[in-house]
Design a protein around this ligand. Structure first.
Ligand code: C2E
Ligand code: CA
Ligand code: CA
Length: 641
């Protein structure tokens, strides 16, 4: 195996600190080794009464004490001594020991050649050299000098004694020393090259290949390290708004280039105490080591950095990010990441392009959502879902022209839950497909009992338009099964439907229309691009949002807008229904525009099937607009204004 340890890597601080750690890594070796050496030399002094042995023994004891203090300081790591200084202390201690040991051997074979003491010294010194070879062989510099110091004076004295057995021992000793030096060089090279390879692998495993920031794993390690050393740390979850749309429409190359640009912008706002990572997809995270108020400044700065559009491959993209921030100090990593994600979720929910700090209420709301989500999956099978109907009246005849089906969830412990609370949840976890199919089935089943001219409207969520979901098939089956004439069914969609897979949505709407079913554009006037959808969508009915109707009786601006919309709808030959008419004043103001239909609490609230049946059967008087709506129209608890 070819191994290489370029000189420069020895100055790599990480490698160096690993190697120094190895020097102090066997805490018992120094006290035991030094105690044996000191005792053996002291024993020689005792046996022979030679003062020089006593001096050598004292020197060995002192060196041992020095090495023990160095080891103690290193292990406590509380001193201000650097790694390099500790390395030098280790060198000095080892070399001094080797030299003293060799002097002991040399003196013993010179001054006591005929004593058994000489044998003792030979055994001790050779044993010592063998010991060094094992312990320090990964550090050639230290062990080579050590072996040389230990072998040379001693071998010199053995040869000088001219005793044949000693000369042979000297030859063997020098050979052993040379072999030790060469094998220790090889071991060292293998050690360094393995260290570098392992580190490369570790770097690869913790780096994101697109942005070269840390990846999720590396980020968690980083945060864990900071938390373990009780450092102050805030986590920022940064998410690119509507990234999926960019990726889907402009392709993955543009998506990747955008991620790199986002990474660069984020990095430009960071200080040395901050560390950024791409956690996955379009989500980035930052571990920030600054004080709380500076963290807020950082979050605001990153949001601002995206005011400038991003240029990629001749295209200019307007990009924004949302950020969730949490103080992770003293938390577990999992909790901290969850908290910053909850804050991010809320920032998105509140309109994106902003940052928010985590608050405990977010966790409560999340737990609530999780519980509700669990219950939701049982709601249909346990018959907790029903459809209520709100009548939509024709102006001239004052008769019901259609009824809008609105979902109600009768929760066993929480009572009636509003669709505004559970529809977004169902949209998130995909359950909306089952819920939507239920609404279509139920609406058509209920409409079977109504007289022919009365239509039924069903709301459809954007999430029901999915390539792996057969919405058209579901509608077709329900129509076939109930034998309700297709023209009596209207599907209500909002402009958010077009946000994701526009071409597919438009194609699906055409296929629904081909069945003979009508399409209504719901909540018109709330979106910002409403008008453009006129041209793109196959629309049979326009439903003007109630937010817009709220001010019509008092605001001349609202009146002018209404006039413009009415004109447009008239030109395009699309009938209009005005939603949310609550007062006789609004009713008066609205009727002047001669809409096709009017819907609102003034005329009827959403009602259970049997209550709407009573109105349809005319067994209950028609609501009059110039007096309060009949009491039956107030049964629906969840819609209380
Ligand atoms: P939407 O489609 O705009 O439905 C009309 C909402 O306005 C209903 O709220 C209705 O009760 C309320 N409303 C009607 N007239 C008045 C009025 O005069 N004043 C006031 N303040 N409100 C009025 P609801 O039933 O709580 O439904 C809320 C939303 O939930 C619906 O808004 C719709 O977006 C969604 N939704 C309901 N059922 C379904 C469904 O089966 N599928 C889907 N995808 N969404 C549904
Ligand atoms: Ca609707
Ligand atoms: Ca609506």
């Amino acid at each position: 195996m070819k191994t290489r340890a370029p000189k420069a890597v020895l100055y790599d601080p990480e490698l160096r600190s690993v190697m120094v750690r190895a020097l102090y890594g066997t805490p018992l070796a120094i006290p035991v080794g030094m105690a044996i050496a000191t005792t053996v030399i002291a024993a020689c002094a005792g046996i022979t009464g030679d003062l020089n042995f006593a001096l050598l023994s004292a020197a060995m004891g002192l060196i041992g004490a020095f090495r023990l203090v160095a080891q103690y300081l290193y292990r406590r790591r509380q001193s201000s001594i650097s790694t390099v200084a500790f390395e030098r202390l280790a060198y000095a201690g080892a070399w001094a020991t080797a030299f003293t040991m060799s002097c002991f051997g040399a003196y013993a074979v010179t001054a006591h050649a005929d004593d058994r003491i000489a044998t003792l010294a030979v055994a001790q010194t050779i044993g010592y050299i063998a010991g060094i070879a094992g312990r320090n062989s990964s550090r050639p510099f230290i062990s080579n000098v050590q072996v040389t110091f230990a072998a040379l004076p001693f071998a010199g004295a053995l040869i000088a004694s001219q005793i044949p057995a000693f000369v042979v021992i000297a030859g063997a000793l020098l050979m052993t020393a040379m072999l030790t030096i060469s094998s220790s060089n090889v071991i060292h090279r293998v050690f360094v090259s393995n260290f570098l390879k392992t580190r490369d692998l570790q770097t690869m495993a913790t780096t994101d290949s697109i942005t070269l920031l840390l990846n999720r794993r590396g980020f968690i390690v980083e945060v864990e390290k900071r938390l373990a050393s009780r450092e102050r740390v805030h986590i920022l979850s940064v998410d690119v708004d509507d990234f999926k749309k960019i990726n889907d429409t402009l392709g993955h190359d543009v998506g990747d280039a955008l991620l790199s640009e986002v990474a660069l912008r984020i990095a430009s706002a960071l200080a040395p105490c901050d560390k950024a990572a791409r956690i996955g997809g379009d989500e980035f995270m930052i571990a920030c080591g600054r004080a709380s108020d500076e963290v807020a400044t950082l979050a605001a700065r990153i949001v601002d950095l995206f005011e400038e559009p991003v240029s990629i491959a001749n295209a200019t993209l307007s990009v924004s990010v949302s950020i969730g921030v949490t103080n992770a100090t003293g938390e577990s990593v999992e909790r901290a990441l969850k908290h910053s994600d909850l804050a991010l979720y809320k920032a998105k929910f509140e309109g994106k392009n902003r940052w928010l700090s985590y608050a405990p209420e977010m966790s409560e709301a999340y737990d609530n959502r999780v519980r509700l989500e669990k219950d939701l999956s049982k709601a249909i099978t346990d018959n907790q879902m029903t459809l209520h109907y709100q009548a939509i009246y024709n102006l001239r005849g004052r008769t019901i022209i259609m009824c809008e089906g609105l979902l109600r969830w009768n929760h066993p412990t929480r009572g009636l839950i509003s669709p505004s609370d559970f529809i977004p949840l169902a949209e998130q976890n995909g359950f909306i497909k089952i819920l939507g199919a239920y609404a279509i089935e139920q609406a058509l089943t209920d409409a079977m009992t109504w007289p022919e001219p009365i239509g039924v409207n069903v709301n459809v969520s954007a999430k029901q338009f999915h390539r792996d979901h057969d919405l058209v098939g579901i509608i077709q089956d329900a129509l076939r099964r109930t034998a309700v004439a297709p023209h009596r069914l209207t599907m209500e969609v909002t402009e958010t439907t077009l946000a994701e897979d526009k071409d597919f949505v438009i194609e699906t709407l055409h296929r629904i229309r081909a069945l003979g079913v009508k399409i209504a554009l719901d909540d018109f006037g709330t979106g910002y691009s409403s008008l453009s959808y006129f041209a793109e969508l196959p629309i049979d009915l326009l439903k003007i949002d109630r937010a817009f109707v709220g001010s019509i009786a008092i605001s001349s601006k609202a009146k002018s807008l209404m006039k413009a919309i009415t004109g447009l709808a008239g030109d395009l030959n699309v009938p209009m229904v005005v939603e949310g008419v609550e007062t006789p004043e609004q009713f008066d103001a609205v009727t002047r525009f001669k809409p096709h239909g009017i819907q609102g609490f003034l005329l009827a609230r959403p009602l259970p099937k049997d209550a709407i049946d009573l109105i349809i059967d005319r067994r209950v008087a028609l609501p009059a607009v110039d007096r309060p709506a009949p009491s039956v129209a107030h049964q629906d608890r969840s819609s209380a204004a």
